[in-house]
Design a protein around this ligand. Structure first.
Ligand code: ADP
Length: 245
């Protein structure tokens, strides 16, 4: 059974069809890479899932209870367990790594927690566990603003994981990273996908190869090809519109 099922979705901007009859499914604990040339509709597709953009037609069905995400606000969709990481990391730069992770845990408890929540030993243990998952255990006392670009990206992933999403959408996680940072990002995402679905939008083919997952190729707002990386990269249509450029 699918965790998320998108079917026949279309969106136009001023008469231009950015998403055209797109269908997509992902299951629990599945990793998926989404690739495609600039303008293929990758961002708009993520915006539809998170409720930022409403499709003109089609269905977006979520979870065991087959709820429609189209009738939910962005905040409700986030509460359903869909987390999104944009390309630019947004962490609290003047706070420590520990405080950033703790704040993310606090958010997970709902708005009242801002007033009443005090971290319990369990929460502190969870912060330590998250820090270890994102390889920042030795950086807990550092201000987030002092971290490298890669470390900030991991911290933001950790903050999303603190909210325990069922589906994590990640936009170009490897951009601007050193090869060793990229390798480590792969491990974080592969580990995260053991217990939740992860969709990664990425251009870096070596990075995608290491994710070792099914790949969906978008072109002109539709799915052009889907399958293993070797399958899609040997498809002449994919070579023509994306790889051959
Ligand atoms: P990608 O992320 O694959 O580069 P996008 O989803 O950003 O593609 O864009 C798909 C197409 O939709 C592009 O042609 C883009 O110019 C257009 N588009 C996206 N958002 C808007 C918008 N808000 N208004 C008008 N056109 C848009």
């Amino acid at each position: 059974m699918s965790l998320l099922e998108v079917s026949g979705v279309s969106v136009s901007f001023d008469g231009f069809k950015a998403i055209n009859n797109l269908s997509f499914q992902i299951g629990d604990a599945e990793m998926r890479a989404v690739i495609g040339p600039n303008g293929a509709g990758k961002t708009t597709f993520m915006d539809i899932i998170t409720g930022k953009t409403r499709p003109d037609e089609g269905r977006v069905i979520w979870g065991e209870k087959s709820k429609s995400l189209l009738s939910m606000s962005e905040a409700q969709i986030a509460r359903e367990g869909i987390g999104r990481k944009f390309q630019k990391p947004t962490v609290f730069e003047d706070q420590t790594v520990h405080a950033n992770l703790l704040m993310a845990l606090k958010n997970e408890r709902g708005p009242l927690s801002v007033l009443f929540w005090k971290p319990k030993p369990d929460d502190l243990a969870r912060v330590e566990a998250l820090a270890s998952e994102i390889a920042l255990s030795d950086q807990l006392a550092r201000k987030a603003g002092e971290l490298s670009h890669g470390q900030k990206q991991w911290l933001e992933i950790g903050m999303l994981l603190a909210q325990d999403p069922k589906l994590l959408l990640v936009d170009e996680p490897a951009a601007g990273m050193t090869p060793s940072e990229r390798e480590h990002t792969t491990s974080i995402l592969v580990e995260a996908a053991k217990t939740r679905a992860v969709v990664v939008v990425e251009h870096d083919m070596e990075f995608i190869r290491r994710l070792n997952c099914r790949v969906t190729v978008l072109h002109e707002g539709s799915v052009l090809a889907e399958g293993s990386l070797d399958h899609v990269t040997s498809d002449p249509r994919v070579i023509d519109v994306y790889l051959g450029r």
